[in-house]
Structure formats: structure tokens, C-alpha cells
Design a protein around this ligand. Structure first.
Ligand SMILES: [Cu+2]
Length: 110
């Protein structure tokens, strides 16, 4: 007579995977403005309310993106620098570079 000892394997508990918590709020897709050769591009830029806009400086000198009414004032110190502002209110935002008076741009928030 042969006895087979069967070892019970503990474990393997039935259970679901851990629920991955979904983010409560998904940020809107951002938009981008490039600063290149003393110009903001695109200009004007139109975004939706709540959207973030990121400026990227492609010039080797400092520029700013400074809203005429003080809604934002971003400094982009050198080539490759980026700065972001989230537009939470609708409106038309005219901005300039304070260092180069000829540089101007507009963000339209719907
Ligand atoms: Cu500038």
C-alpha cells in the first residue's frame, strides 16, 4: 500500500488586485508657448479655462512673460528655461517681456 502524502499548500488566497486609486481630478492638457528670437509663438494662444500654459525659452538670454494686469510674471533665465501658469479665469491676457519692450503676446482663455 502506498500512501501519498499530499502537502496542502497554503496560500493562494483568493482576492482581487489592489484597487489602484484613480486621481480625483485630471489636469487639462497643457499648451505651450515658445520664445524664439525675441518672439512669443504662437501669438495669440487660445486655451480653455483651467488649462496650464508653459513658456519655453529658446534664446540664450533672459526673457519674461509678464501679464499687463499682474496675473502672472514669469522669468525664463536662459536657454531651455520653462515656466508655467494655469489660467483659472476666462479673459484675454496681454503680456510682454519686461526686458525687451518689443516682445508682446496674448493668451485668450475661453
Ligand atoms: Cu525678452
Amino acid at each position: 500500500m502506498i500512501l501519498l502524502a499530499v502537502a496542502a499548500i497554503a496560500g493562494g488566497a483568493c482576492g482581487g488586485e489592489d484597487d489602484a486609486a484613480a486621481p480625483a481630478a485630471t489636469p487639462r492638457t497643457g499648451a505651450d508657448v515658445t520664445i524664439d528670437t525675441f518672439r512669443f509663438d504662437p501669438d495669440p494662444l487660445t486655451v480653455e479655462r483651467g488649462q496650464a500654459v508653459t513658456w519655453t525659452n529658446n534664446d540664450a538670454i533672459t526673457h519674461t512673460a509678464t501679464d499687463a494686469d499682474g496675473a502672472f510674471d514669469l522669468t525664463l533665465a536662459d536657454k531651455g528655461a520653462t515656466a508655467t501658469h494655469t489660467f483659472s479665469e476666462a479673459g484675454t491676457f496681454a503680456y510682454t517681456c519686461t526686458r525687451h519692450p518689443g516682445m508682446a503676446g496674448t493668451v485668450i482663455v475661453r
